[in-house]
Design a protein around this ligand. Structure first.
Ligand SMILES: Cc1cc2nc3c(=O)[nH]c(=O)nc-3n(C[C@H](O)[C@H](O)[C@H](O)COP(=O)(O)OP(=O)(O)OC[C@H]3O[C@@H](n4cnc5c(N)ncnc54)[C@H](O)[C@@H]3O)c2cc1C
Length: 319
């Protein structure tokens, strides 16, 4: 099996999930050469450090100065073809999964995303499904095994032998691929407390009723120096930005306490907050699924309960 690892760089260095993907790729090599590919807009941006691979190919193109997933995928496919790779491994990050999904579409092959273990003898993979709520075992029936590695499921190991050779190549990219790229970045407006790192998160769901319905939630968050979160129903309605979304397709949080207001507790939402030490659910429905995971619950209208909590906090502080 000739393995090719697709590596991402953060601030000019190969990042940790990519090192883990390279480690997985090197375990699949079966003694054959293991290669890695990095996309960069300058050859000077060669990856640093001791990678657990034999050779690194830097795909150099000005398009790689910003995120261009289809262009990166075309470069990966070109190199995989030239190497005769029978296995392509990427990091199971949002971008890694997107690039490998494009690779799979270009090759018309299946992709096994977010794998935690792979037995290369029979292409049997174990992978995380449903936001981490189950592990699936599957056998991939394809001439080239395409997979991504669930971040932090595999320990990154540095290469034991000589440092890998580093070469560059200029990939041939289609016009369609060049059209798909990030052209601007707009920093998220945050209240200063990052959702992922917050010790307290106050979230609102569809039960908030509207964008304006978040006013009491924001007020409580400010009093508690908390971050404001929300469910996908809220981002889909356009009431809050996606950066506020907690869940499988949002941010994974691990606060001391998670205050979930008007959120039903769908599996995809709970996948994002199961790291919370305590959950306080405020919900009008005593049968809401979130109550099964909650440590504390208040059954009632959040538009009455949340302002009452804020008022009680103010009263306690002034008294
Ligand atoms: C592939 C996929 C990925 C997904 N990813 C995510 C994700 O990352 N994050 C996420 O959140 N969801 C995600 N979802 C959506 C998820 O399945 C649910 O649809 C969503 O979480 C529901 O949001 P909600 O709880 O706000 O709304 P609802 O399910 O409609 O629940 C609203 C709740 O508010 C309560 N309520 C109503 N009015 C009041 C009131 N006045 N006071 C108090 N309580 C009230 C209701 O009793 C109810 O429990 C995903 C779905 C799919 C298919």
């Amino acid at each position: 099996m000739t393995a090719l690892a697709y590596l991402e760089q953060t601030d000019g260095a190969v990042d940790e999930p990519s090192l883990q993907a390279a480690t997985m790729a090197s375990s699949l090599g079966g003694g054959a050469e293991v290669h890695a590919v990095v996309a960069a807009d300058t050859a000077a941006l060669a990856p640093a450090g001791q990678l657990p691979v034999d050779a690194v190919q830097v795909a150099v193109h000005e398009a790689f100065g910003s995120y261009a997933p289809l262009a990166v995928a075309e470069a990966v496919v070109e190199l995989a073809g030239r190497l005769g790779a029978t296995c392509v491994v990427g990091p199971g990050t949002e971008r890694g999964n997107e690039v490998l999904a494009h690779v799979a579409a270009l090759l018309d092959l299946p992709l096994a995303a977010n794998c935690v273990a792979v037995a290369d003898a029979d292409a049997r993979v174990t992978r995380v499904r449903w936001g981490g709520s189950l592990l699936e075992e599957a056998r991939v029936d394809a001439p080239t095994l395409l997979l991504t590695v669930q971040p932090h499921a595999v320990a990154a190991e540095p290469g034991a032998g000589d440092p890998p050779s580093v070469e560059t190549f200029t990939p041939t990219l289609s016009e369609a691929a060049l059209a798909l790229r990030v052209v601007e970045r707009v920093a998220a407006a945050t209240g200063g407390v990052s959702l992922a790192d917050a010790r307290v998160v106050v979230s609102g769901g569809r039960g908030a009723g509207s964008e304006e319905g978040f006013a009491p939630i924001e007020e409580l968050a400010e009093l508690l120096e908390a971050a404001v979160g929300c469910s996908r129903a809220v981002t889909m309605a356009g009431w809050r930005p996606h950066t506020d979304q907690v869940g499988q397709t949002g941010t994974k949080i691990a606060p001391e306490i998670y205050i979930a207001c008007g959120i039903s507790g769908a599996t995809q939402h709970m996948a994002g907050c199961k790291g919370a030490k305590r959950i306080l659910a405020i919900n009008a429905d005593r049968e809401a699924p979130i109550l099964q995971s909650a440590d504390y619950a208040v059954i009632g209208d959040l538009h009455e309960v949340v302002p009452a909590i804020s008022a009680a906090i103010r009263a306690a502080r002034s008294g």
